[in-house]
Ligand binder design. Structure first.
Ligand SMILES: C[S@@+](CC[C@H](N)C(=O)[O-])C[C@H]1O[C@@H](n2cnc3c(N)ncnc32)[C@H](O)[C@@H]1O
Length: 251
């Protein structure tokens, strides 16, 4: 069982790229990047590159390095960007937990969208990662973390319910995005994709609940720990009722 919701660009389009939650997160990140106007930024955990490619197109003056652990994803991103002749984004294979491998001193923005969850337990590792990130950054630069958060000290049952609500809500978007007409086949096709999404996300929910490959944290954790490291929390706002939140931290 994989801890990734999508393993290819096709799966990304089925399972994530068309959900309101994902689109909304990406729209707000795009808005924040237009405020920061970085000359150089890094996205950690860029997946198939959807966000980095969009940001590169919207901000032609910004150089973007998009880093992902999975070589296959790096290939997809590089392929997509070269087809579209986007010169200001580079896809790199690398591990975000090994920050010494990256030049972050010149980056005015580090972006993590749905990738903070992959920093494995114990939760102290997330603290150590943020501390290490802080030490590698220059003063005045930003970190944007867009993530799904869970309630502080919630029971497994509560967390399962929270994640189910999130994913089942997404699967409604998947249904409508994949409805291509009103013939019997079209309706059946949308239903089939929706039910495949539910099966796959059921597995994802269990990984998150059991902290097995996916490790969510609470908003409270971030509010408490980011300032201890030295970050100013510029904003920590929910995006929707599904517990997706964007944190903007500044060194
Ligand atoms: C949910 S996807 C992110 C999607 C992407 N940010 C977007 O906006 O479309 C999370 C990605 O994080 C990557 N990832 C997980 N652990 C990582 C690590 N230690 N270093 C770099 N990338 C990692 C995974 O391979 C996966 O592609």
């Amino acid at each position: 069982m994989s801890n990734y919701l999508f393993e290819s660009d096709e799966e990304f389009k089925f399972f994530m790229g068309d959900t309101l939650a994902y689109n909304n997160m990406q729209n707000m990140v795009s808005k924040l990047v237009s405020f920061i106007k970085p000359q150089y930024m890094v996205e950690f955990g860029s997946g198939s590159g959807a966000t980095s490619i969009r940001l590169a197109k919207e901000n032609p003056q910004t150089s973007i390095v998009a880093v992902d652990l999975r070589e296959k994803m790096v290939g997809i991103g590089a392929d997509k960007s070269s087809k579209n002749r986007i010169k200001n984004v580079t896809f790199v294979n690398g591990d975000l937990t090994k920050l010494g491998n990256f030049n972050l001193k010149n980056a005015s923005l580090i972006l993590m969208m749905y990738s903070f969850r992959y920093i494995a337990d114990p939760v102290q590792n997330k603290y150590d990662f943020l501390k290490d990130l802080y030490d590698h950054m220059s003063k005045g630069s930003y970190v944007i973390i867009g993530e799904t958060f869970i309630d502080e000290n919630a029971s497994k049952q509560t967390i399962r319910k929270q994640l189910e609500d999130r994913y089942y809500n997404n699967s409604k978007d998947i249904y409508w995005a994949n409805l291509k007409g009103l013939s019997k086949e079209d309706v059946m096709n949308a239903l089939t994709i929706q039910s495949k999404h539910r099966e796959t996300t059921k597995e994802q929910i269990e990984l998150g609940v059991n902290r097995d490959g996916i490790y969510y944290i609470s908003r409270e954790w971030m509010f408490e720990n980011a300032p201890k490291i030295g970050f100013e929390i510029v904003l920590g706002e929910r995006l929707n009722s599904l517990s997706d939140t964007i944190f903007v931290l500044k060194k």
